[in-house]
Design a protein around this ligand. Structure first.
Ligand code: ASP
Ligand code: MG
Length: 421
């Protein structure tokens, strides 16, 4: 059995859904095909603004209308005669209204967030399930909240693997006779409760990997708007090269350094079971794409680039010119952990400790305040962190392009530099 994942961009219009359905139609040789779908287009961003307390009342009314018009528009274009799909949209939206109204009384942002934003995936899969059935693909819509079982860590649910394996098997039994099992990416629920959880932004890839692991799938395919795994983000880099084969470890390294092609948690479950992961283009679906699997090295061999913009470099120095030692580091990491700040690069010297982090103004402000009560803190903003795997000096020089290097770290395979943006 195979698992396919379609992200928001692949289902952001009626034409996109038609194209997605054609891809599904072409791959029904071994059924059921398990299909994981994200919210349509940028719906999750819109829903983030509808979490109670985030927007003003007038803004919220307009956004709520936008949510409705967008989904009804796509459903109408796909199935002009279907009363059923419009009826389902009506009941989902009325549940949405009741849910968000009740949440206003509950002052727990992370909880409220998950109960609100999860409606994007519910809407998208409901419309798509109707459409697949209308065009003759027998589709079972499975609610991911009955399949992906997590703890109650809202906005980043941790999967309960044991229970999720059990629910996955039940889902597969129920799917006998269907061509497709369609389910939502990104969402799950707390065991034995009706509380929805999410797996973190962009978490639908991870959902696909969880299902593949639990169902012992033969492969996972992520359909994207790029022809495969590129050696750099085309937004930052002109002459990208497609990497055809990527070892699991390399994919984990790249996700760690911030490559945005695959969600960081996605690789581990499929690596554990040796399940190959394919990245293919929904724009050119007959193209070969890229494969992550049991390879020894990337192919073709070429430098890989990861750019992170809007970085801030903090240097932390003890007030009394004492050494930066384990006790200081413990305090610093304690604060970082508490604030949920991820360190993109760090460097230690006798008298200072430097960290490069994303410049999230709210969190960084609090961090600096907290650190200043114990240390001296200096910082530089508007920086770019560039990671180059399989570098050559020539490649580094062309990236630096004469800019001053604020910090540099080099290992046998990886060069990291921080430069002004
Ligand atoms: N819809 C969610 C998001 O936009 C999950 C996903 O697309 O992977 O973050
Ligand atoms: Mg996405």
């Amino acid at each position: 059995m195979k698992v396919f994942k379609f992200g928001g961009a692949s289902v952001n219009s009626a034409d996109a859904v038609r194209n997605m359905a054609q891809i599904v139609q072409k791959h029904l040789e071994s059924t059921p095909l398990v299909v994981v779908v994200s919210a349509m287009g940028k719906t999750t961003n819109l829903l983030e603004k509808l979490v109670p307390g985030v927007s003003s009342k007038e803004e919220a009314v307009a956004l709520r209308q936008q949510l409705e018009d967008y989904h009804r528009g796509i459903a109408t274009a796909l199935m002009p005669d279907s009363m059923d799909v419009q009826g389902d949209i009506t009941s989902i939206l009325s549940r949405f209204d009741t849910t968000t109204k009740l949440l206003r009384a509950k002052d727990d942002y992370n909880y409220n967030y998950d109960q609100t934003v999860s409606f994007g995936e519910v809407l998208s899969t409901t419309i798509i399930a109707h459409y697949l059935n209308v065009i003759g693909i027998k589709t079972m819509l499975a609610d991911a909240r009955q399949i992906i079982i997590t703890d109650n860590h809202f906005r980043e649910g941790h999967v309960n693997w044991e229970f999720t394996q059990g629910t996955c098997r039940l889902m597969l039994d129920a799917a006998r006779g269907y061509n497709v099992v369609l389910t939502q990416g990104f969402i799950g629920s707390v065991k034995d409760s009706n509380q929805t959880t999410t797996l973190g932004r962009e978490g639908s890839d991870y959902s696909a990997a969880i299902l593949a692991y639990c169902l012992d799938a033969e492969s996972v395919t992520i359909w994207k708007d790029v022809p495969g795994f590129l050696n750099a983000d085309p937004k930052f880099f002109k002459d990208t090269v497609k990497i055809s084969q990527i070892p699991y470890n390399e994919a984990i390294e790249l996700a760690y350094y911030g490559a945005s092609v695959i969600h960081p948690k996605t690789v581990k479950p499929i690596q554990n079971k040796g399940i190959p992961l394919y990245i293919r283009s929904f724009i050119t679906p007959d193209g070969e794409g890229s494969a992550v699997g049991n390879y020894h090295a990337i192919s073709p061999e070429t430098p890989l680039y990861i750019f992170k913009n809007d970085q801030i470099l903090l240097s932390i120095l003890p007030r009394d010119y004492s050494f930066i030692a384990e006790d200081n580091l413990q305090v610093i990491f304690g604060i970082l952990n508490e604030l949920g700040i991820r360190v993109n690069l760090m460097q230690n010297s006798a008298l200072s400790f430097s960290i490069c982090i994303d410049n999230n103004p709210q969190r960084v402000g609090v961090l600096i305040e907290r650190l200043k009560s114990m240390f001296r803190v200096r910082y530089n903003e508007n920086l770019q962190l560039v990671t180059i795997r399989y570098y050559t000096q020539e490649v580094i020089d062309s990236i630096v392009a004469g800019r001053p290097i604020l910090l540099e770290q080099r290992s046998r395979s990886t060069e990291q530099i921080i430069v002004p943006a």
